[in-house]
Design a protein around this ligand. Structure first.
Ligand code: GLU
Length: 378
């Protein structure tokens, strides 16, 4: 099976594990490795042929770095010790990425998220628009779990799943998991010479799941199981995923040059997957009735502006799904509304430029952004 080429993707999330970034023995950062990786990231961000791509980094290493700075003993940390270590390490981690990317003239933006931020719709919208803004500014979001405030119940626990959620949240077309292993094997590869490498997974079957042993290195909690789980999240959301070894310099260049890795292919495209989710999976909490001009705009792929909204029914919160009806009462589509029902009523029929003076805060220009809209067939 032909696997895709890195250069063909437009928005790429790269997840970096702790054991790749932090040297457990020496207790510090693997500087030269990071220099190689950021060189690869910069080359994708703006390649020499004038093509640019959106790059996002999900970086682990806060706990491992904090542990090194604090000189904590080896072994498993209690939850509060790990969280406090992360408070120390995250500063070092952010500084490291800022410095490494700035060598290529790239600005880094730190984004710390918790499971709730990607699961709960209102915070989801906020996290997504912040990240989208950073990308618009050509910055590279450097994302980690907000370890110091996440409780054990709402922890991701591993950045593989966090990276997959982020990738689908921003409709990335590729997620790269840089790991200490170069992909999936049909048996645990450590010492097992007959273990066969799987280059491409078109569908995650029970057989594929069974191949994921619980193997993992000392520093990373995520073994192959969490990677398969990440692959399920990513591919369901329309994002391809590749697991590749980060245990070499220039790991992304290596993937592009054909190094051994495992691709998980998605059948969907990210925008379609997201729109399907909006159209079907969410229970609508209200109805927006829009004018004929807005119907035409929506059918033409545009966002829904407050000016085109004639009437608002229902009690919904920002981020809730709503039904959109035309002047004839027929359903035009569904979408996630960027305003609470109460605020939406105040700005309905008004120009976006007036939103700030009506509401007293500057909200979004669109009532429903086109990425959050699923317009049905005519
Ligand atoms: N968020 C953790 C850290 O930065 C890492 C979790 C993981 O590696 O999966 O230390």
């Amino acid at each position: 099976m032909n696997t895709p080429a890195l250069a063909d993707f437009r928005r790429i999330v790269v997840k970096v594990g702790s054991s790749l970034l932090v040297d457990a023995q020496a207790g510090g950062l693997k500087e030269s490795w990071l220099v190689g990786l950021t060189g690869d990231l910069a080359a994708l961000h703006d390649d020499k042929r004038g093509r640019s791509r959106d790059i996002l980094v999900v970086s682990s290493g806060a706990i491992a770095l904090g542990r090194a700075v604090l000189k904590l003993p080896n072994g498993l940390l209690k939850l509060e010790d790990g969280q406090a270590a992360a408070a120390v390490g995250q500063i070092a981690l952010a500084r490291t990425w800022t410095a490494a990317l700035s060598r290529h003239g790239i600005t880094a933006g730190q984004v710390l998220v918790t499971l709730g931020d990607t699961e709960e719709r209102r915070r989801y919208l906020n996290a997504r628009s912040t990240i989208t803004k950073l990308l618009e500014w050509r910055a590279v979001p450097v994302i980690n779990e907000n370890d110091t405030v996440a409780t054990s119940e709402i922890r991701y626990g591993d950045n593989d799943r966090l990276a997959a959620r982020v990738a689908t949240m921003v409709s990335a077309d590729l997620l790269v998991l840089l790991s200490d292993i170069d992909g999936l094997y049909d048996a645990p590869p450590g010492g097992n010479v007959s273990a066969r490498h799987i280059p491409c997974v078109a569908r995650i079957t029970p057989e594929i799941e069974a191949m994921a042993g619980a193997a993992g290195s000392e520093l990373s909690r995520g073994g192959m199981q969490t990677k398969i789980e990440a692959a399920r999240i990513a591919t369901n959301g329309g994002t391809h995923m590749v697991i590749a070894s980060g245990r070499r310099d220039h790991p992304l260049e290596a993937i592009a040059a054909g190094a051994r890795c495992t691709w998980f292919l998605t059948a969907a495209n990210p925008v379609t997957a997201r729109k399907k989710w909006i159209a079907g999976a969410l229970e609508p909490k209200g109805v927006l009735t829009i004018d004929a001009g807005a119907v035409a705009a929506l059918r033409g792929g545009k966002s829904l502006l407050p000016a085109g909204v004639a009437r608002i029914d229902g009690a919904f919160a920002r981020g809730d799904a709503v039904i959109i009806r035309g002047p004839d009462g027929l359903e035009v589509g569904r979408g996630l509304c960027a305003y609470d029902a109460e605020d939406a009523r105040k700005i309905r029929g008004r120009a976006s430029a007036d939103i700030a003076s009506i509401l007293g805060f500057s909200g979004r220009t669109e009532m429903i952004h086109r990425d959050d809209l699923a317009v049905g067939p005519e």
